[in-house]
Design a protein around this ligand. Structure first.
Ligand SMILES: *Cc1c(COP(=O)(O)O)cnc(C)c1O
Length: 418
């Protein structure tokens, strides 16, 4: 459920007609609903209300400072995958003791930064990384809290680009060798083992793969406790899916009930790293129709947002519902909704039946709040879009549209070329 609804054929975000925002800030822009963000966080976090847990928003899904601040104020921690995300999270007011750091390629500089800020823990993805963290922590004469990220070899039944917990993926430590690696970790002077972690993939629409992974991890936890490890945290990652089109993912409460049931005897603090489920349906991308044209085979609707603004359709062939901002026109057409980028892979939707659209019409690509702006680029030297947050009757620019000057910032022509 979200707050993007029609009133007399005009699409609103909460109490603001989207057209009004477009007239002031121009297109394209990302638009987020504060009420939806709050509702989604509370639905997820509240579902685990009965058990000891920490929800850490996955910053890579949407890293705008205002969005992070909303979640931090609701008590969220953050799951970061780079020094830059850690920097943002702290700037938005997240408590360091609520930050977990995942990712296969943490650099020394990033490890040092995370140690200095004293985050809750590193989710470690290889023995070499563990050695690097031990070494860094030694230089600071402190102990680094770590969980090992386990690759449980579970098929999450999602798009191959976003499945992360199978043997063939680069993520985590093979569950078969993980016990040995824990024993290595125990020997390291500046490492404190505090937990077990996994993240098996994204946009999961069933509960079973989560439970399968959980059962494998529970076995490992028991084995580790038998060896005297104090496993305080069980981090189950993110990955809960959302409805883009016809999917019917479990509601957070259904997901939570299943997990709570399987973890009742474990007595660990549960950590979750939801991204998409919190922000995906809380954001949309607004664009204007620049031109329409028809070939023998197809109708094309050319809009002013492209794959540089919203990459998901091109990258994963993913579905975003396309809605007209004004739906008065009841006539329909089938068309490809494409962007201005010089690539045939530049589309928001293909062979889609939409209300008849004309030059100057505004459209919304729905469910674009996760992996939307954060995956945007300047390809074709296009400025990245503005981001707007609606709060009831008001809206706020939370990121200015980039300018051409922003595009060349940091570039220079060396003396010998002048
Ligand atoms: C991307 C990612 C998440 C968030 O995934 P969603 O599918 O958006 O919930 C959580 N944890 C890790 C380690 C990730 O890489």
């Amino acid at each position: 459920m979200h707050y993007f609804q029609y009133q007399q054929d005009e699409l609103y975000c909460e109490e603001v007609p989207i057209r009004d925002i477009a007239e002031e800030v121009g297109t394209p822009f990302y638009l987020y609903s504060h009420r939806t963000l709050k509702r989604h966080f509370n639905a997820f976090d509240g579902a685990f209300g009965k058990v000891d847990h920490l929800t850490c928003f996955s910053v890579k899904a949407n890293s705008n400072l205002a969005i992070l601040k909303i979640f931090a104020d609701l008590g969220s921690g953050m799951d970061v995958v780079s020094g830059g995300e850690l920097y943002r999270s702290l700037l938005a007011g997240t408590k360091p003791e609520k930050i977990v750091y995942s990712g296969v390629g943490k650099t020394l500089k990033e490890i040092e930064y995370a140690l200095k800020t004293d985050i809750l823990m590193f989710n470690v993805e290889s023995l070499q990384e563990l050695t690097a963290i031990n070494h860094c922590a030694g230089r600071f004469n402190m102990k680094a809290r770590v969980s090992l990220r386990i690759n449980p070899d579970i098929d999450p039944k999602t798009h191959p680009y976003i499945s992360t917990g199978m043997k063939s993926n680069k993520f985590g430590i093979d569950i078969k060798h993980s016990f040995e690696d824990y024993l290595h970790a125990k020997e390291m002077e500046f490492i404190e083992v505090v937990g077990v972690d996994c993240h098996i993939g994204s946009q999961l629409t069933e509960v079973e793969p989560f439970i399968d992974a959980l059962e494998k991890l529970a076995g490992l936890i028991n084995q580790l406790r038998g060896q005297g490890f104090a496993i305080k945290y069980l981090d189950l990652g993110g990955g809960l899916g959302i409805k883009y089109d016809q999917e019917s993912p479990p509601h957070p409460s259904e997901y939570a009930d299943a997990i709570i049931k399987c973890t009742s005897g474990l007595e660990s603090t549960l950590i979750f790293e939801p991204g998409r489920v919190l922000v995906g349906n809380a954001g949309i991308l607004i664009a204007e129709v620049l031109y329409t044209k028809s070939t023998e085979l197809k109708n094309f609707i050319i809009v002013d947002a492209g794959m540089n603004d919203l990459l998901r359709p091109s990258l994963y062939d993913s579905f975003h519902e396309i809605l007209p901002i004004n739906r008065k026109n009841k006539e329909e057409m089938q068309a490809d909704i494409v962007g201005p980028i010089c690539e045939s892979g530049d589309f928001l939707a293909r062979e889609r039946v939409v209300p008849k659209l004309e030059q100057g019409d505004l459209i919304a690509a729905m469910s674009a709040g996760a992996y939307g702006f954060t995956m945007s680029s300047n390809y074709n030297s296009r400025t990245r879009p503005a981001e707007i947050l609606v709060d009831g009757k008001n809206y706020h620019i939370i990121r200015e549209r980039e300018t051409w000057l922003d595009l060349v910032r940091g570039e220079s022509i060396p003396e010998f070329l002048k």
